[in-house]
Design a protein around this ligand. Sequence first.
Ligand code: NAP
Length: 422
Amino acid sequence: MPLFKVAIVGAGPAGYFAAQALHNLQNEERTFAIDMIERLPTPWGLVRSGVAPDHPKIKTVSKVFEKIAADPNFRLFANVEIGSDITVAQLQEKYDAVIIATGSSLGKTLGIPGEDLPGSMSAADFVPWYNAHPDFADVQVPLACDTAVVIGAGNVAMDVARMLALEPSELDTTDTAEHAIDALKTSVIRDVYISARRGPEHAAFTSPELRELPKLEHTNVIINKADIDTAIVRAGDAPEKDVKSNLDAMLLIADSQKSEHERTMHFLFQHTPKEILGTDHVEGIVYSTPNGDVTIKCGLVVTAIGYQAAGINGVPYENGKVVNIDGRVKENLYVVGWAKRGPSGVIGTNKSDAAAVMELLVSDLKATKGAGDISELLTSQPVIDQIAWQKINEAEVAAGEPLGKPRLKSVKREEFLKLAGM
Ligand code: NAP
């Protein structure tokens, strides 16, 4: 029976779901040997370094990933970067198919004056900082100011605003990076504004995220009722289900009895960022609004307005995505997930997306190549394989247990190698 060799570049949800889909497409005519290659010492992509630490349920999908990885024909090659030492073209030569599943790691920018000032940063830096991503441990987040502003009306903006507005001891029992918990405990930020450039009826939040806000134990959440009332009128008699659900959730917050906590999260609508103020650091932000310009004094601005894919040599990119038609890139190269369709959808969206691309991949397969695999290309770098990763995983979970955390995350590459016994 032909055994096709497939390399998946990127060990995030899209990569695992592609592996799962290939597994499900095996039959008497074909089986697959899958090599998953990851730049970081750890797999799981955004499930480890993107999902908010106070959303542990979302992370339970990692159990599915580990089940996929337990297949005898699956191998992990973490701590291996594609594009520099090893090229995509080399992989294409050795494997019957190569799948790019590298996501979108770069934050989009506003293109307004002041955006480069210290104190203005992208969620693409802030989120991996609090999630212990090895490349972002040294990000400097100014927390010695009373007000922070988060730009964007999507779930990433919501995660960022919540992380800044939470009472930080609430993070003690989460897998938030220790360096972030320590820093957030020193934070004097008490007001966090989350700003949308359009009205509430256009917000990209999803309603479960809005509905959990009133459950915050130490944070007031303020939505101006008039904003929601006028949005309901604009949305008309038959708004889409998601819009109605969002407006209902926002109305509930606007109508609820005000709490008197020290920390407050404020929602601003129809506020378009115009300029970030300051000379050597952020001192405020100017918005244009239907009622004229509005200035908010603040020391931190986090932009959460979407992502684009970082390039890999040998892969064509356009408009922040890999150039593709339905996931086909060129020759035996394919793409799945955010790198394919842009940064949209929840983790589960990648399952059906990857399954559709794998159907196409399978329909393109011809005779097997049998031309070797990545192990022949690896020279000096220490590779973290599935067994090494399992050691790391178990050590992190064990270290978290006495602290009441799901895991105590390591941050530095050397720490991971040590935990893996390498
Ligand atoms: P998103 O949902 O696309 O939201 C981006 C937001 O940025 C929109 O509100 C957009 O407003 C705004 N924006 C874009 N350009 C702007 C500009 N120049 N100025 C001001 N605002 C601007 O993206 P995301 O929040 O990065 O999330 C990415 C995906 O991950 C989404 O599908 C999200 O649901 C998902 N996610 C899910 C969860 C969860 O399930 N808990 C958590 C995090 C992320 P306009 O609409 O006006 O363009």
